[in-house]
Design a protein around this ligand. Sequence first.
Ligand code: ATP
Ligand code: MG
Length: 654
Amino acid sequence: MAPETPGRETQETLSNLLREDRRFEPPADLAAAANVTAEAYEEAAQDRLAFWERAAERLTWEQRWETALDWKPPFAKWFVDGKLNVAYNCVDRHVEAGHGDKVAYFWEGEPGDSRTITYADLQKEVSKAANALTELGVGKGDRVAIYMPMIPELPVSLLACARIGAIHSVVFGGFSATALKSRIDDADAKLVITADGGFRRGAPSALKPTVDEAVADCPSIEHVLVVRRTGQEVAQTDKDVWWHDIVERQSAEHTPVAHDAEDPLFILYTSGTTGKPKGILHTTGGYLTQSAWTHHAVFDLKPESDIYWCTADIGWVTGHSYIVYGPLANGATSVIYEGTPDTPHRGRFWEIIQKYRVTILYTAPTAIRTFMKWGDDIPAKFDMSSLRVLGSVGEPINPEAYVWYREHIGGDRTPVVDTWWQTETGAIMISPLPGVTAAKPGAAMKPLPGIVADVVDDQAQSVPNGGGGFLVVREPWPSMLRTIWGDDQRYIDTYWSRFEGFYFPGDGAKKDEDGDLWLLGRVDDVMLVSGHNISTTEVESALVSHPKVAEAAVVGATDPVTTQAIVSFVILRGAAEEGEDIAKELRDHVSKTLGPIAKPRQILIVPELPKTRSGKIMRRLLRDVAENRSIGDVTTLADSSVMKLISEKLPSAA
Ligand code: ATP
Ligand code: MG
């Protein structure tokens, strides 16, 4: 087959290989009582701005906005001239409404300690912390870096910043001193909030030494506010202030002042898979409107009866929008867990669900595939009959992982919502609604009401049903990023230049015959095989649909005949044996499932896959292995020893 191939940058469409006929209708009782029904799509289609104004009315505004949207592409202002305080919306208004005794957070420490924090407690803690920040000289518009374990002081710190109008920049606690320093410098932060350490994998894991190293050379930092969590010994510097010294002695009263709808709320650096991390800037009114509305709609959250648990780290956007801002704005009761899923045993998540009678669980495909690998018998030991909605975020979810999640965690009765969004979008954009959508395993289905997204070809033309290409968002949305901190030009170049007038998130997608959307991963990961653009996601999903496969990562390696050839890295399920014929069996399986064009040239059985700290597969490094190159920058890997394990397994990778 002669490859009459366009260059990678001129891909026109994506081949659409995967067929999936399973459907899961919403449970009748859920549909009958759903927060949001199919009418929402019609209402939003009739008048999108009026739809978002109604969503904004779910919040408490000190001053109502004049105009819903001021759009000077690509710069948006939502709810212009509106004023509100985010912390008041997340905390005080629930106390004023008589819900002070309601639990905001059930917090579970890794060693087994726990704390129950009501909305009234939260109001006191946030007020004290806000007073302490003021005493430390932090004011409106100042930047505060937050580098903490998953302890209650973390959401308290975010809310204290929001309350006084300081801009938080949370840096995930697994990042290095260099990464922390570059984020502090980029935002010119004045204060760092941290802890001595947190508990990970059964042991205290230090954070403070990393902060000391980062801050040694950060002139903008005036103070380091330190929570004592593990009791580890920490070196003291003259910038250090203990949380228990300064916060505890503050007044528990603090009057929130209203901020402008477009005042910045936070900066969050994207995980930086490639290039210099981007400081994604979110503002106040639009962000809270959409994070709260989507949490209400996509999870069907009933604040009176649900116990909601999002397992993300608050260091990622998922934690910002769906542990802190969305759930609290809705008056939800949430679980927060400090540690890892395998401490002290591999059933820890299910034990937590059983203990708190969790009704809604929101987690990531990487976690689900790990649980599949550990075996079905582990979740089977726990009572998870309380669960009623399951969510997935972070990567495309393979249909097989979706079905496993629904069956083994959701008892085959819970809808699974596959939610597509990004740090940049601030909140969920494409997702089923649990009381409305007949969901297909692996599909994010439809843009939410009020979101106008599409799949286009290289020429920005909408692809027909059955086609694939680039995901775009055609109209601004309330929780969209406003810019990249300090770099408007990079904002324009990165997101608004590929397709005139459209937001380009960098992801590939396809529309199936019904027009439903399937996300296919980053366009950088798309392979070009004999003139066909094939998504890594589809081949990975085909591999994962084989009963012996737990996880798979696929890359395109340069090939003299086919331009690129498909190379697969596969982790086998717990019980599966790594026999002689497994590679052939899997190659044939892919060929049968997707067609001969997608048949991998090579299958490599490996013990682990390289992942970012947020759990996403880093295909770039596997491409290096597949092409026999020396392996590139591994500093953003969660565990850099993984590449050594993989290389050891493959003395001659080719
Ligand atoms: P960086 O931009 O720094 O490389 P990142 O893109 O991994 O990091 P996030 O903003 O946390 O950082 O992740 C958003 C991306 O994750 C999306 O652009 C998409 O590629 C992927 N993603 C998230 N949710 C889904 C989903 N439900 N289905 C498919 N892909 C998803
Ligand atoms: Mg990204």
